[in-house]
Design a binder for this molecule. Structure first.
Ligand code: SF4
Length: 161
């Protein structure tokens, strides 16, 4: 019963959340990123809700790959870094190392309310801060968790497809 109430509250928050914040004009018009975007994902301390929706965005239903977005296994192959969750003390250093390994130009996209302001985990003993507290952020996708359609919309503004 408690679990059902918690899930219901999460769904309501997601529906009520603002759709997304548009990436900066400069980031969206970066010529070398138009057409295709290679994305590396780092879970910096998420509850896994954002990961489920991110996976859905790449599923056959939403299929963001048709707009030129691909997930890559190495930060050395990535144009953009998507970070989920609040940044925990344990993941702070790996996040910094991942960003340092990426070639330029590169983008950082924070995904989910926890990434933006620590959300449900604000003040928790294991949390070092929001993503923006640790690395510069170019765009944010709001929601707890964001809907796959919103994730697709934001990524399309970068590829221009
Ligand atoms: S924003 Fe919501 S779904 Fe995403 S990590 Fe935080 S609590 Fe989980």
């Amino acid at each position: 019963m408690t679990f059902r109430i918690a899930v219901g509250a999460l769904r309501r928050r997601s529906r009520d959340a603002e759709t997304f914040e548009r990436p900066s004009e400069a980031a969206a018009s970066a010529p070398s990123l138009r057409g295709s975007l290679q994305v590396r994902h780092v879970d910096a301390g998420s509850c896994n809700g954002c990961e489920l929706e991110l996976a859905s965005a790449f599923s056959p239903v939403y299929d963001v790959e048709r707009y030129g977005v691909r997930l890559v296994a190495s930060p050395r192959h990535a144009d953009a870094l998507i970070v989920t969750g609040p940044v925990t003390h344990n993941l702070r250093e790996p996040l910094l190392k991942t960003l340092a390994a990426m070639p330029e130009p590169r983008l950082v996209i924070s995904l989910g309310d926890c990434a933006r302001d620590c959300g449900e985990f604000r003040g928790a003993y294991g949390v070092a801060g929001s993503v923006e507290d640790i690395v510069p952020v170019d765009a944010h996708i709001a929601g707890c968790p964001p809907r796959p359609s919103e994730i697709v919309n934001v990524l399309r503004t970068f590829t221009g497809q």
